[in-house]
Design a protein around this ligand. Structure first.
Ligand code: NAD
Length: 437
């Protein structure tokens, strides 16, 4: 099939490369010239395992082009996927300007007399499909265009997105048009995954519901971690005992410093907004968001309790700034938020992250911060080390060896990556989240 991708970020670039790998003829478009120039040279604007090799392969095989030329891109695709960002606006709702601008441009360049399906892959609030359609028609002006809109929410996870795209648990496609649904079904049917064919509104709501549910699971176990800290229970044992119940499952039951990233915070907030706009107060979601904010504060309280709120003579080593492991993405990273609080209190910081150092530097600059490519660099002469991202690399550190170069052997483990008993035996003062020490 001829496929066009609008927006070559984490979702668009991976989807485009994967579709091309499945044998389709793909054009990826972005308004960011620099990004497109990099992709054309085979240099990835984002870090994602296996992406560079895959893009190089599909470019060499002649099935993948990157461009900023809207006319060429829109004329190419019988399926056009909108994959632009939908960040929060100031009121907490999804900012749909990028989606609407893309829709207008699609309408502007859509060829008369050729049937096209315009699919929203970006996460958009329920009901957005009607506005996408309106914007396409506005862009088309007086020209007669033959198209349907569809929703195909994306569930890939940064860090494992190529694997996820090929091994998804399910595909969700929503449209009022059987023709559009059938075309999308034929794109995905080789995947051996259930395809949920549904109406547009349900497809749009599925994505928000899934993300809000996962965020709820995280906030739930974080709330349990608070009870653990007050009663002497250990949240890792509690989560293990809960997660073995097949009705619950073990995933998203790791207590820590809260959820972050470019999706969960904005999607939970946007769903709450959608609910309010429809005259329903989704109290549970309010609790989920509150708990998430408080979880970060509770973690910082451990620091204030130990050192006070003036950290001007204190030096901390920071392991991890990405919002999760496997990515360079620091958007709405809780790690970055904690780093800002520590720096705000006057601490000097040494930061390492296997993939996100450059994004972190762009966001935080150099004031009171040194960046180290080597893990060892953040242990030297520090008063404590913080684990803020759950990179497996941090689990396998030789803490006994590196502990010797620290000024004080103190660990704040915001991801419950380490075993408190082992760390205590090694002579560390250990602070986890809901752990029995
Ligand atoms: P991103 O910010 O990495 O990429 C968006 C891209 O769109 C940018 O490169 C930007 O230059 C481009 N763009 C903006 N306006 C444009 C326009 N008018 N025409 C063409 N290109 C334009 O965003 P992302 O992380 O890939 O997320 C995209 C969407 O997918 C969001 O709605 C997000 O919620 C959703 N989503 C993201 C993930 C994820 O893990 N990142 C997972 C599932 C769903």
């Amino acid at each position: 099939m001829k496929i066009t991708i609008i927006g070559t970020g984490y979702v668009g670039l991976v989807s485009g490369a994967v579709f091309a790998d499945w044998g389709h003829d793909v054009v990826c478009l972005d308004v960011d010239q620099e990004k497109i120039d990099m992709i054309k040279k085979g240099v990835m604007p984002i870090y994602e395992e296996g992406l560079e090799e895959l893009v190089k392969k599909v470019i060499d095989e002649g099935r993948f082009k990157a461009t900023t030329d809207y006319k060429m891109a829109v004329e190419h695709g019988e399926l056009i996927f909108i994959c632009v960002g939908t960040p929060s606006n100031q009121a907490g709702a999804a900012n749909l300007n990028y989606v609407f601008n893309a829709s207008k441009s699609i309408g502007k360049f859509m060829k008369s007399g050729e049937y096209t399906v315009v699919i929203t892959k970006s996460t958009v609030p329920v009901g957005t499909h009607q506005k996408v359609k309106k914007n396409i028609l506005e862009g088309a002006g007086k020209k007669k265009v033959d198209f349907d809109v569809a929703s195909n929410p994306e569930f890939l996870r940064e860090g494992t997105s190529i694997y996820d795209a090929n091994n998804t648990d399910r595909v969700v496609v929503g449209s009022d048009s059987d023709k559009a649904l059938n075309m999308l079904e034929s794109l995905y049917k080789h995947l051996n995954a259930p395809i949920v064919k549904t109406d547009l509104a349900s497809a749009e709501l599925i994505k928000y519901s899934a993300n809000a549910f996962l965020a709820t699971k995280i906030s739930f176990i974080n709330e349990i971690s608070q009870i653990c800290e007050r009663t002497g229970a250990d949240v890792v044992n509690v989560a293990k005992g809960m997660g073995l119940d097949s009705r619950i499952g073990p995933k998203f039951l790791n207590a820590g410093i809260g959820y972050g990233g470019s999706c969960f915070p904005k999607d939970v907030e946007a769903l709450y907004r959608t609910s309010s706009e429809n005259f329903y107060d989704f109290r549970l979601l309010r609790g989920v968001m509150d708990a998430n904010e408080r979880q970060k504060e509770y973690f910082l309280e451990k620091v204030w309790n130990k050192y006070g709120k003036n950290l001007s003579n204190i030096k901390f080593g920071i392991l991890g700034s990405a919002f999760k492991n496997g990515t360079d993405d620091t958007r709405k990273s809780v790690a970055v938020s904690i780093i800002k609080s520590l720096r705000g209190a006057g601490a000097n910081l040494l930061i390492t992250d296997p993939a996100a150092l450059s994004n972190t530097k762009n966001e935080l600059g150099d004031k009171h911060i040194n960046y180290s490519k080597k893990i060892e660099g953040v242990f030297k002469d520090v008063d404590a080390v913080f684990i803020l991202t759950e990179w497996p690399e941090f689990d396998s550190i030789d803490y006994e060896k590196f502990g010797k170069i620290m000024k004080k052997k103190v660990i704040f483990d915001g991801r419950n990556l380490l075993d408190p008993e082992t760390m205590t035996k090694l002579g560390f003062e250990y602070f986890g989240v809901g752990r029995k020490v």
